[in-house]
Design a protein around this ligand. Structure first.
Ligand code: SAM
Length: 265
């Protein structure tokens, strides 16, 4: 067994998004996910930006494909699911080969450089991904995505954000070691309007993030032996510490979770 006692810093293309890192995060978040995974959260997001058979969805930062598979199997969308980590894509392709689902195309790509045909997409869907881009790159990425959308095309984003409470050293340590570039929710919405989106709404759903963190922590503590069948005790300790920090920072509203919707005019 490969032994990796250290969890490396999180960030695009970092080992955090390696095969092992992806499987470790999936263990705590739930099958197919690297972030809040409950059916309730997924369906609440779909209720905000409905999808239907045959529409063209572009998912950015699709991770292990949980949302792509749900959207394709339940709603019949055509989805191009793009992730910067080749290991994530490979895991998705292996699983798709074992259990085929129509309408999904998994590929490796970086939102900043990938090929994007103008006016080719009905919905851009991106969950907990663009927080890894610098503010400048994020704005450029949204400009590119606006061009890729058809007129009237829509957007759904979830992302970690800064809260309004002053940030503690613990927040800054998590922020920097994770490779985040977090802004507050209003600043994110303002940037989307500046890029050219309309009907921009940003809703604070930190309670959903917190519920997912608390559930993941309980899974870890209640099934320590199960975790140790695949990973090391060093990884267990670091993950538990990281989850405790995230829970504290979410409770104190330094770390928040935003659901943003928008539309191309
Ligand atoms: C925290 S995970 C979330 C994955 C998935 N959306 C979910 O909720 O389960 C963030 C994902 O974004 C991907 N990512 C980071 N930077 C990216 C970029 N510039 N372009 C595309 N994907 C990126 C990472 O490889 C990782 O799979």
């Amino acid at each position: 067994m490969m032994v990796n006692e250290e969890i490396p810093p999180v960030g695009p293309f970092s080992p955090r998004f390696s095969r092992r890192g992806a499987l470790r995060s999936e263990w705590i978040y739930g099958s197919g996910y690297q972030g809040p995974s409950s059916d309730e959260i997924f369906e609440a997001l779909i209720a905000r930006q409905p999808v239907w058979a045959g529409m063209d969805v572009l998912e950015i930062g699709s991770g292990l494909g949980g949302d792509a598979v749900r959207m394709a199997t339940r709603y019949g969308v055509n989805i191009r699911a793009v992730d910067a980590s080749a290991d994530m894509t490979q895991l998705c392709l292996d699983r798709l080969a074992a259990e085929p689902v129509d309408g999904i195309r998994f590929e490796t790509g970086d939102v900043c450089t990938m090929e994007l045909a103008p006016e080719s997409v009905d919905l851009v869907w991106t969950r907990d991904c663009l927080m890894y881009l610098s503010e400048r790159d994020r704005e450029r990425a949204w400009s590119r995505l606006l061009t890729a959308l058809r007129s009237g095309g829509r957007v759904l984003v979830t992302d970690y954000c800064r809260g309004e409470s002053p940030s503690s050293p613990a927040f800054e340590e998590l922020h920097n070691s994770s490779g985040f570039h977090l802004v507050n929710q209003e600043a994110y919405a303002t940037m989307m309007r500046r890029v050219g989106f309309c009907d921009v709404t940003a809703e604070d759903r930190t309670e959903d993030l917190l519920a997912s963190e608390v559930e993941g922590r309980a899974r870890l503590v209640n099934d320590r032996d199960g975790f140790l069948e695949q990973f090391t005790s060093g990884e267990y300790d670091q993950l538990l510490k990281r989850w405790d920090t995230k829970i504290d920072l979410s409770v104190s509203h330094q770390l928040t979770w935003m659901v943003l919707t928008a539309r191309k005019p």
